[in-house]
Design a protein around this ligand. Sequence first.
Ligand code: BMP
Length: 301
Amino acid sequence: PNFLTMSYTERAAHHTNQTAKDLLTLMDRKKTNLSIAADVVSKDALLKLADTFGPYICVFKTHIDIITDFDEDLITQLKALSEKHDFLIFEDRKFADIGKKQNPPSQTSSLPSNIPPTPFPQTGNTVVHQYASGIYKIASWSHITNAHPIPGEGIIKGLASVGLNLFSPTTASPLSRGLLLLAEMSSAGALTTGTYPSQAYTMACKNRDFVFGFIGQRRLSSEGTEEGDEPDFVYLTPGVQMASKGDDLGQQYRTPEEVVLESGCDVIIVGRGLYGAKDSKKAAEEYRRAGWNAYLKRIGM
Ligand code: BMP
């Protein structure tokens, strides 16, 4: 199948991960492939961005650790806005640590009886805790998160042991989360070159229940996979702006057309181009329309 010329909704049927299906159908339903990179440092500012840009976006991308006055109420309100405006939340955590212990010791027998069992696998290591625990408890609220493939496949296994085993506390239904691998970065001098993206691709192919796509600059080829057997992935692409080519710290920008039409990516992630604009709604509509028209052109509509 040629996924490049297929609609997002048609592609949803080629995914098993529920978050992937939700995202792809949401995009067509809401006619948007725009995501905002909400890089602000206060709770109020973050919620304001979610409410202002919510009607125009499919994904609200956070860096929750830059919020100075983070509290649990922020998460409650952000979840409510995600339902109100129909968008998914993506915590851009860029996990990069180990996922599984080399030789998991048998821990249950050695635990003192006053320590309650942890809700997640005892064999998981650093990323398991970073995803499930701490102050932010990312897995409990973020539909999507991402990881660098640099530590090897164990990082995916560790994160999946959390993200695929969560249940809604209210309805008890499964909350299957989704993971993106960072295949390429937008910044100048990034080390994601050579065989790095294709190795990320291979890791993703082996873990399609959880990994449904990439953060990258272009759709990756499927060299090595048998014809007719090619899997689909969703590509979310940062480094998008229409008015500027870059910043003074190495960010490199491309336009929505270059990203969606020429490079075959799916979601444009825009930060300063949106929240830095004088007229938020005008900018949101311009980026939404540019991204959407590029998609329609690509699928021949
Ligand atoms: P801006 O559009 O303001 O340059 O923001 C880009 C956003 O995308 C930031 O949140 C950054 O963390 C993220 N990002 C990136 O710029 N390049 C990458 O390769 C990967 C990213 O996640």
